[in-house]
Design a protein around this ligand. Structure first.
Ligand code: ATP
Length: 250
């Protein structure tokens, strides 16, 4: 089943066309990796999925993106509600300068949940889901900035999960982390796909091969090829995909 369906998507930054006629279906409760060399449009594409590009001046978008049956670029859609359904985790862990507890409770509080017991529950569940609970349960009121980089990134994942999203967008979530912290996040992604649809931008082909079910290869704003990760990495249809995954360019 498709969770998100992208059809004939074009995106312009002013006169520059960063995405060219992209059509891609994103499967429910699977990990889809977006790969391609620097500047090919992976992050831009990722941001179109929860309308984060709306926040950038001079962006023009054509085409259609449906979340299940709903066109997310319909003029009457509530972008804040959309971003609650499609959460995002960024390249650099960016916890708020607040306690671990407050980082996770922040979103639910802003959306009107005031009951302490309910918030406690959301915080614990989200931290457990992000595989961080055991490491932080005795220091929930300490600053999030005292956590290691890998812990901070899992906290940011917990913060996203606290909003009970359906889809998680991850923009190179491990590029600032060491191999051990990276492995923890990769294990976590594997667990999370049982309940969430995940789209991840990665520079690491090994990472894409390890963790994704589906892979989409971008080149200079075009989507060259997409499909099952195993197929893309073993028998790609397009010569340009093959050249990229075998390291001939990129
Ligand atoms: N806010 C912006 N204004 C103008 N051009 C932009 C903007 N953001 C990105 N671009 C351009 O759009 C193209 C795609 O950028 P994007 O960041 O999506 O690529 P990417 O594949 O994610 O690259 P990287 O892997 O380096 O992050 C690039 O040529 C980039 O310079």
């Amino acid at each position: 089943m498709n969770k998100i369906s992208v059809k004939d998507l074009n995106l312009f930054y002013g006169d520059f066309q960063a995405l060219k006629n992209i059509s891609l279906d994103i499967e429910d409760k699977k990990v889809t990796a977006l790969i391609g060399s620097s500047g090919c449009g992976k992050s831009t594409f990722l941001r179109t999925l929860n309308r984060m590009n709306d926040l950038i001046d001079g962006v023009k978008i054509e085409g259609k993106i449906a979340l299940e049956d709903e066109d997310i670029y319909e003029s009457d859609i509530d972008a804040v509600a959309l971003r609650r359904r499609i959460g995002m985790v960024f390249q650099k862990p960016n916890p708020f300068p607040k306690s671990i507890y407050e980082n996770v409770a922040y979103g639910p509080k802003r959306h009107g949940i005031k009951n302490k017991k309910q918030l406690d529950e959301i915080v614990e569940t989200s931290l457990r889901e992000a595989a961080l609970w055991d490491e932080v349960k005795d220091r929930l009121n300490k600053s999030a900035l005292g956590l290691s980089g890998g812990q901070q990134q899992r906290l940011c994942i917990a913060r996203a999960l606290a909003m009970k999203p359906e889809v998680l967008l991850m923009d190179e979530p491990t590029s600032a982390l060491d191999p051990i912290a990276t492995a923890k996040i990769e294990d976590l992604i594997f667990e999370l796909k049982k309940n969430y649809t995940i789209v991840i931008v990665t520079h690491s082909m090994q990472q894409a091969a390890r963790i994704s079910d589906e892979t989409a290869f971008f080149l200079m704003g075009d989507l060259i090829e997409s499909g099952k990760t195993q197929k893309i990495f073993t028998t790609p249809l397009d010569k340009r995909t093959e050249d990229y995954i075998t390291g001939r360019f990129g």
